[in-house]
Ligand binder design. Structure first.
Ligand code: G3H
Length: 521
């Protein structure tokens, strides 16, 4: 089957203050990680289109629009009734659903996520928005009552924080971005959103939906480089929330530019080095199957990927043989054919993976599977490295790609020492069929990471579960429920009971959106 690339297009718009404006400055060419095979056997790059590289001035325009719409918390959006905000989000959702095909296809072509997973990312995001709306309604219902205790009447709700700068990642360019954007909006914040370096065009079919569904200035959508747009915005001190999924190097650099960092709320999903620990009493087939899934789904480009595998010496050789066979049996192909492995969108990724392998081999590891290594400029077949030791870079660094390091251990204490020394603390996976082993390991791990998975790979979902991390892996907690809390603050009205008549009149006359006991149906 010959695969036809989609027709390239030049996207030249951005959304600021409710207006779709045309950009006539610099653009970047967007290439697909997949090449096109030519008749002469050579592979040609596929151009998907062009995207704007907006200037700092445009970034500032977006910031001013978001500030004006927020108006120090007095703007129409932050003071809107919950019904009005829900109606806007529902309108957006309806418009978004009509773009499923376009967005999912672009997602696949732009970041090489297999077709099935690309559609799943879209559908999961739609479900997330629906669940968030339901959770928000419940939160509002809980806030629709007056407390009366110790001679004090009170009404407690959650209020917005201000202007949010939202920066998403390339690996989940739709889902992870919207898991920030949607709760931020629903809570009454105003937003400036900029996509990552890769995974840009797939968001363009949704720009108009943002324009139609939200009042002017509530969502501002810009395109370009972080250092041109995000850095200068942070330097003004006018960003109240930095919502970023990426790495700590970028978030630290941005936070350092904010003149009043104590006023800045950070909601960050950062890098991780999630370990799998395979004990002597593990079911090795389960451990291998989950390791392959955990380490190599979407080529290991997930923050939750298993990035280091500790195996007990008594089963290590057996485990590694089975793992190598399972890895070598994987297909690396065009995402349209739905393989596990696909090309890599980051242009420097293949040499980075090669460098990890070279460093490990120089320090005594072997590449134990046969197929591992470079295929072309954007494809790298996973390399299984064994035995990996602390002298190797891959032991400490997040590879975020298709290299699987296997470390041998004799006693859990050795693993615990390296987990304690690691800069990361997101999740781990334990493999054992023995309850004592699991009980002991769980108690050792729960205070090192924020989710312990038993006989299963690490993952973020289902989305009602809290997603967070220790150390350099995260700031704040995300989930359908927690994200609404992360993007808001508790705020209340209090009055002595001797003000009962006045409070009753305010509630009865229905002029306040905050002081109301109307039950949201
Ligand atoms: O990149 C990190 C993602 O949050 C991982 O999500 O576990 O659903 O793949 P996932």
């Amino acid at each position: 089957m010959s695969i036809k690339a989609p027709k390239a297009f030049k996207w030249n718009q951005y959304l600021v203050n409710g207006q779709l404006k045309n950009w006539a400055g610099d653009f970047e060419t967007v290439y697909s990680p997949m090449g096109e095979e030519l008749e002469n056997g050579k592979v040609d790059k596929i151009v998907l289109g062009e995207a704007p590289l907006l200037s700092t001035e445009v970034g500032m325009e977006a910031l001013e629009a978001a500030k004006a719409a927020y108006n120090h918390g007095r703007g129409a959006w932050p003071t809107a009734s919950s019904e009005d905000r829900i109606a806007a989000l529902e309108h957006f959702l309806e418009l978004m659903i009509s773009k499923r095909e376009e967005v999912s296809q672009l997602l696949m072509w732009e970041i090489a996520k297999n077709e099935q997973a690309s559609y799943q990312e879209f559908d999961r995001t739609v479900d997330y928005i629906r669940d968030t709306l339901n959770e928000y309604k419940q939160m509002e219902r809980d806030g629709s009552r007056i407390g009366n205790k110790d001679g004090m009447l009170s009404q407690i709700r959650r209020g917005p924080l201000g202007v949010v700068l939202c920066l998403g990642p390339y690996n989940y360019p739709l889902n992870e971005t919207f898991c920030l954007l949607i709760p931020a909006l629903l809570m009454g914040n105003t937003v400036i959103f900029k996509p990552a370096k890769y995974g840009v065009l797939l968001l363009t079919p949704l720009v108009e939906a943002f324009q139609k569904a939200f009042p002017a200035g509530v969502v501002n959508f810009v395109f370009g480089r972080g250092r041109t747009l995000a850095g200068p915005m942070m330097a003004t001190g006018d960003i109240d929330v930095l919502a970023l999924i990426g790495n700590s190097k970028s978030s630290n650099a941005l936070v350092a530019q904010h003149p009043k960092p104590n006023r800045l709320r950070q909601i960050l999903g950062l890098e991780a080095k999630n370990p799998a620990i395979v004990f002597a009493d593990a079911n090795l087939d389960t451990a291998v199957q989950e390791t392959v899934k955990g380490a190599l789904s979407y080529n290991g480009q997930r923050c939750t990927a298993l990035k280091i595998i500790f195996v007990h010496r008594s089963v290590a050789d057996n485990f590694v043989t089975k793992l190598s066979t399972a890895v070598d049996a994987l297909a690396l192909d065009h995402p349209l054919r739905n393989p596990v492995l696909t090309p890599l969108p980051e242009r420097k990724k293949v040499p980075e993976m090669e460098a990890y392998v070279k460093d490990a081999l120089a320090h005594g590891a072997k590449q134990v599977n046969q197929r591992g290594g470079r295929i072309n400029d954007t494809s790298f077949f996973p390399a299984v490295l064994y035995p990996v030791t602390m002298d190797m870079r891959i032991f400490h660094e997040e590879q975020f790609g298709p290299v699987v390091p296997v470390v041998v251990f004799d006693d859990l204490e050795e693993v615990m020492e390296s987990v304690a020394a690691s800069d990361y603390g997101q999740q781990c996976s334990l493999f054992s069929e023995n309850q004592s082993t699991i009980a002991y390991a769980v108690d050792n791990m729960v205070n090192q990471v924020c989710r312990v998975n038993i006989n299963a790979s690490c993952q973020r979902g289902p989305d009602y579960l809290p997603f967070t991390g220790r150390k350099d892996s995260a700031v704040g907690t995300l989930s359908v429920h927690d994200a609404l809390r992360s993007f808001s603050i508790r705020t209340l009205v209090a009055a002595s009971v001797n003000q009962k008549d006045l409070v009753r009149d305010v509630l009865r006359n229905g002029e306040s959106n905050f002081m109301t006991t109307d039950y949201l149906l």
